[in-house]
Design a protein around this ligand. Sequence first.
Ligand code: ADP
Ligand code: MG
Length: 493
Amino acid sequence: MEAVLERTTDIPTIEGATGLWQMVIGLEIHAQVTSASKLFSGASTGFGAPPNSHVSLVDAAMPGMLPVVNGHCIAQAVRTGLGLEAAINPVSVFERKNYFYPDLPFGYQISQYQHPIVGNGLVQVDMPDGTVKEVGITRLHLEMDAGKSLHDQRPEATLVDLNRAGVALMEIVSEPDIRGPEEAMAFVRKLRSILRYLGTCDGNMEEGNLRCDANVSVRRPGDPYGTRCEIKNLNSMRFIGRAIEYEARRQIELIEGGGTVDQETRLYDSSRGQTRSLRSKEEAHDYRYFPDPDLLPVVLSDEEIAAIKADLPELPDAKRARFMADYGLSQYDATVLVAERASADYYELAAKGRDAKLVANWVISELFGALNRTGRDIEDSPVAPGQLGALVGLIQDGTISGRIAKDVFLDMVETGRDPDAIVEAKGLRQIQDTGALEQAVDGVLAANPDKVAEYQGGKVKLMGFFVGQVMKATQGKANPKAVNNILAAKLNG
Ligand code: ADP
Ligand code: MG
C-alpha cells in the first residue's frame, strides 16, 4: 500500500507597507563528509585535536606534494546523491578555485565546478503542519575545506590551524524552491536527517559539520524572481530562520522605499539579529577555475554505482510510508518517529506484538517528553524499548489504566525497573472485581445524597463528579468504563 502524503499548497507571504510579498530562497549547504581521513591525504579528520596535529605535507601544500583522491569520500558523495534521488554523473572533474586566504595554503581550493559528481535531485520536506513540500536539488559537488584562522589567541598576531584544511566537504545546492524561513529550516532538518541515515555526514552544526549559505530575494506574487543576496555561514537552525526573515524584510523595505536590491554577499550578526554587507557583486572574485592537472577525472562505472545503491539503508520517506501502511500510523506520527533512525528503531522494537498506535503515542509524548526533560538521547534512554512495550501491554490487557500507566512510566524513568515489578510493588492493578467496584460506588452515593438528588432531578453533568469520586476512592485503580456502567445502573435504575 502506498501512503498518500498531503502536499503543501499555500505560499507564505510577508505583508509590506504597500501590499503582499513572497520570499524566494535557495540554500547552499556545506556538509562535512564522514571519513576517517581527508579528501586528498591520509591525515586524520578527528575533531578537537591540538592545532596543526592533523596536517600532512599535502594539506600544508608543501612544494611537490601531490593530492591523491580518497575513494571513500567519493563513495560517500555518490551514496548521498542516491539518497537525494539524484542523477550520479559517471565522469566528474576536480578544478582549482583560485583565491587567497591565510588559512588556504595552496592559494586555491580544489573543488568541482563544471562537472560535479551529482546532478539534479529532490527532497521531500516535512512541514510542521504535517504537509510535505518538494525542494529540488541542483547539484552536489566535492571540495576541500580550508583551515581556520585564530584571531583571539595572541593580541599581536593571527594564528592558523590547518587541522581542518583538506577535510572533504559536500556542497549541496538547492533550487530556489523554498518560500520562507519555516520551509528553509524544515529543508535543512530533512536534509540533515537523510545525511545521518546515510552515514555520510553527522550533521553536527555546533562543530561546524553542517553549515548553510542562504540566497534570499523577494518579489510580488506572480512576478519573476528578484535580485538575491547571499547570507554566508549560518551555523544553527535558528539563525537560518532569523537571518532569512530579517533579510527578506530588509529587501522589502528597501524596494518599498524606492531603492533596489544589489546582488551582494552578506553576513548574519547573531548578536544584533541583522545581516550586513560583506562584498558586492562588483567586488566578487573571478576564481579562474580550471581542471586540476594533478588529478584525473573521477570515473564511476555502472557497477560501482549499483553496488553503492544496493547498500543504501531504508531512508526516512520509505520508512514513513512503511510505518503508515504497516502500523496504521498517521502521517504526523510516522514523520516524527522516522526523523532519527534511532527513534524509528526504538519504536519498532517497542511496538512488536503491541497496539502499534498506542505505542506511537507513548513514544512521542511520554518517552520524548522524558528524554527532553532529562536532556538525554534516545540511545541512552532509561526505559528500554521492550520495557515500554511491556507497559503498553499492561494497558492493553486491562491490568492498569492509561492514567496509572503514566505514574508507572515516571517510576520507570527514574528507577529503570520493569513495569510489572512496579505495578506489583505498588499494588496498582486495576480493580477487576465488580463486587469491590459496586462497594466503592455505593460508598460515594451514600456520602453525597444531595448530589444524587440533583442528578436525579436532571443535572446529568454530575456523572463526571461521581466517576471522579469513585476513582479517588480507589486510588485510580478502578476501570473508568466499568465505574460509569455501574453508576448509570444505580442512578438511573
Ligand atoms: P552562483 O553560481 O552565483 O552561486 P547559482 O545559480 O549557483 O549562483 O545559485 C546559487 C543559489 O542561489 C542556489 O541555491 C539557487 O537556488 C539560489 N538562487 C538563484 N536565484 C535566486 C533568486 N532569484 N532568489 C533566491 N535564490 C536564488
Ligand atoms: Mg554557488
